[in-house]
Design a protein around this ligand. Structure first.
Ligand SMILES: C[S@@+](CC[C@H](N)C(=O)[O-])C[C@H]1O[C@@H](n2cnc3c(N)ncnc32)[C@H](O)[C@@H]1O
Length: 248
């Protein structure tokens, strides 16, 4: 992923749409797992996806939760447009947001589920804590937060393992999808596997676009804020899926 100072741009949106079929490990498995976890909640209300991107997850949620309103929020016009094309119908509401801004978070309660994939790592640690806290407020009792995201490895050995696994996942996916390694070559050319670079040098780049937190600190923050049943469901290549429930 991009290693420069600044915010997500439309150029990143284009690169991500080109690369994501290869670069998101076991994407269909991740989406199915997230949908299953949302479907398992007994709470009622709408479903919000924070940073919905191209709308793949909302499109998978729509038939499984036929009575729920779907809220797709993102900061990219082209991503929101892609979501509207992919999830037609009057159940979808899209909104352009800045992830870091807290003002949009109060207007969407109560929700049965909040989901997000590969985006919340754009917030720093305190920003993630604030967002998790705001999500707890937005959820109806019994509602679930399902988060897929990259994590920050703890040491150079962990960075090396995450980098190797992500390359391997992408290489296999490239061959499975196209019968060759062009997709993997594209992933390498875009320098998307930031785990190869190890811990970012904050002296050189004090505000990187990617600010992942460790898995354990995110689990700890969710519990400390008041979520229950905080659970890790899936992890590979420095990427994880967890869920957390708002108490009744
Ligand atoms: C890596 S993509 C993930 C998209 C989608 N959730 C998925 O899993 O395929 C990151 C998404 O976050 C959005 N995004 C990044 N920074 C943002 C910000 N500061 N405010 C709002 N959206 C942001 C981008 O527009 C993009 O759609």
């Amino acid at each position: 992923m991009a290693q420069y100072t600044g915010t997500w741009s439309e150029a990143e949106s284009r690169t991500y749409r080109d690369l994501s079929a290869y670069a998101v490990p076991r994407r269909e498995e991740q989406i199915e797992l997230m949908v299953d976890r949302v479907a398992a909640t007994e709470a009622s209300g709408d479903i919000l996806e924070i940073c919905c991107g191209e709308g793949l997850l909302l499109a998978a949620l729509a038939p499984r939760m036929p009575e729920a309103g779907l809220l797709g929020y993102d900061g990219s016009d082209s991503m929101l447009e892609a979501t509207r094309s992919r999830v037609p119908g009057d159940r979808l509401t899209t909104r352009k947001i800045d992830l870091a801004d807290r003002s949009w978070r109060v207007s969407v309660r109560p929700l049965r589920a909040v989901v997000s994939s590969l985006a919340i790592h754009h917030l720093d640690g305190p920003g993630k804590r604030d967002l998790f806290s705001d999500i707890l407020e937005m959820l109806t009792p019994g509602g679930v937060f399902v988060l897929a995201d990259i994590i920050r490895p703890l040491n150079p050995a962990s960075y090396g393992i995450a980098a190797k696994l992500w390359d391997s996942e992408t290489q296999q996916r490239s061959v499975a999808l196209d019968g060759d390694e062009r997709g993997f070559a594209q992933f390498q050319a875009a320098d998307w596997n930031h785990f190869h670079h190890g811990e970012p040098d904050l002296a050189l780049n004090p505000d990187p676009i990617d600010k992942p937190s460790t898995l354990t600190e995110q689990l700890d923050w969710l519990r400390a804020i008041g979520f229950i049943e905080v659970d890790l469901h899936w992890m590979t290549a420095g990427q994880m899926i967890l869920s957390a429930v708002k108490p009744q």
